[in-house]
Ligand binder design. Structure first.
Ligand SMILES: [Zn+2]
Length: 404
């Protein structure tokens, strides 16, 4: 048994949430006061499990870290702790959640190993889901389902979970699921009759405390398959959350939850048909509007000038293309979107004017930006109130340029 600078109370009793200790060192780390204690129930981050939070003499603990050498555990604090004798209090909801996720991870990893010899090569406990990376090229839904079921059977069997340090030579006697990665004394966590694996984290005392283990995602990660899952209260909360979503969708669709997929499929098909009809109708509308506008256009030398401020629902792109199909037409189209103004200048093939040149001069006068080519140019202005003036200015420039 190795002696660390800080005695790790969470090894002996992961359920300890309040403890007395003495400060060995006061330090400052990253502009925060920090203390090293002679013993602690605070788990320092490591092995995929995040650090504990809580308080020391009422001062919030911001982070807990294990020193590489000497085994001291550093507690970063929000404020100073002056007395040598302290009382530490672990944020229990957070810690118990970590114990549920971590023990659930052992069970799920062991299930994948027992059923398919799929080895866990990575583990990360996130603030939402926990993930394991399996050394598999692919993972079928059926395999995931079988592993998930076995894992939940282990939970309902309420097996004992224990941890101890290996005695010399003991590793050869135990069926370790994976080889230890640490040097020095090796701590193993055992799920009675199911799994033995090296681990330095905190775990629940019986598998029943893990609660449900639910896989929520599988994705490929280079040469591994990443499985995301939730355990215990996280799974419960997610179930409530999803149930809320399903209920509100069912209410929207005035149907039962089971009919949602069929209903959504039908709505999607209906929408596609409607959109097709709408596109066709809109095209027809734009064509007719184009004809009406050109018929009423003002003669301008050999050409016809259309100046039109768009109404709601009109697609500027479609309308400008329709107008440009009329060889002798030159058009100024303007519209406002929110507090901004937009303008398209376009022309038919007979009109010998450079639209981008006209737009450039309009943009210069009304502080706008834009570009395009001789046949079509588009610009934007940050102030919608100038739209009418800018369109009139464009019309004047085109009239002037059209003079023989
Ligand atoms: Zn563990």
């Amino acid at each position: 048994m190795t002696t660390y600078l800080t005695r790790r109370l969470y090894y002996d009793d992961p359920y300890l949430r309040r403890f007395n200790a003495r400060v060995l060192q006061w330090e400052e780390v990253e502009d925060h006061p920090a203390v090293v204690l002679d013993q602690t129930a605070f788990y320092p981050g490591g092995g995929g499990q995040p650090p504990d939070l809580g308080t020391i003499n009422g001062v919030p603990v911001l982070d807990v870290r294990l020193r590489e050498h000497g085994g001291g555990i550093l507690h970063l604090l929000q404020g100073q702790v002056k007395s040598r004798d302290i009382v530490g209090t672990v944020d229990w909801d957070r810690r118990f959640d970590h114990m549920q996720q971590h023990t659930g991870q052992h069970i799920l990893s062991a299930a994948f190993w027992a059923l398919f010899r799929a080895e866990t090569v990575g583990f990360h406990m996130g603030s939402e889901a926990t993930t394991i990376d399996l050394n598999q090229k692919e993972l079928s839904e059926e395999k995931v389902d079988r592993a998930e079921r076995l894992a939940n059977h282990i939970v309902t069997e309420d097996r004992k979970v224990t941890a101890h340090f290996l005695k010399p030579g003991e590793e050869d006697l135990l069926p370790l699921r994976k080889q230890p990665t640490v040097t020095g004394p090796i701590r193993v966590v055992e799920i009675e009759g199911f799994d033995v694996t090296p681990c330095g984290g905190t775990h629940v005392g019986r598998t029943g405390e893990v609660g449900i283990i639910k896989v929520v995602g599988v994705e490929r990660r280079s040469d591994a398959m990443r499985v995301s899952f939730l355990c215990g209260w996280r799974a419960f909360d997610e179930y409530s959350h999803l149930q809320g979503i399903v209920s509100s969708v069912a209410r929207y669709l005035t149907t039962g939850p089971d009919d949602i997929p069929g209903m959504v499929q039908k709505l999607k098909t209906d929408l596609q048909v409607t959109q097709k009809i709408l596109r066709r109708t809109k095209g027809q509308w734009m064509k007719e509007l184009g004809i009406r506008l050109t018929e009423n256009a003002k003669p301008l030398g050999p050409w016809h000038l259309v100046v039109y401020r768009l109404e709601e629902g009109i697609d500027p792109g479609v309308l400008s293309r329709v107008l440009a199909e009329h060889d002798d037409v030159v058009a100024v189209l303007g519209w406002a979107t929110g507090d901004k103004a937009q303008m398209i200048l376009t022309r038919g093939s007979n009109v010998k004017l450079d639209m981008s040149d006209v737009l450039r001069r309009v943009a210069k006068k009304f502080v706008g930006r834009g570009g395009g080519g001789p046949e079509r140019a588009q610009g934007g202005f940050s102030d919608a109130s100038i739209l009418d003036d800018a369109m009139e200015y464009a019309r004047d420039l085109i009239s002037r340029d059209s003079m023989p």
